[in-house]
Design a protein around this ligand. Sequence first.
Ligand SMILES: [Zn+2]
Length: 111
Amino acid sequence: MKQKQSSRIICWTPSIGLLMLQSGKQISSYWVQRLESDFGQAYRLEKANGPSGGFDAGPYDVLLNDEDHHSCDCIGHLRWGTYCRHICAMLQLRANSAPIELAGEVEPVPF
Ligand SMILES: [Zn+2]
């Protein structure tokens, strides 16, 4: 029987937006950027390690919409409609009240 794939967050660095996930023995890291959205909380996840342009390279846009349903651009979610590792990771970050800055929201510091 095929084991259900699950991933967990092993590291989140909000100052640079770097997220590290572990799925089994595989560790993936993603650059996370918050996006403007009228429908919920939106984030862009772009793979920071491994070969770019591959099957799992992204970027993926994740939308957390509690009134409707959470969604993601990745093949797994589009095909099966299940909550993929990207959605699960963002839900975990939110559940832990981890700070996620909106890109461009930080004011430049005058000298
Ligand atoms: Zn996904």
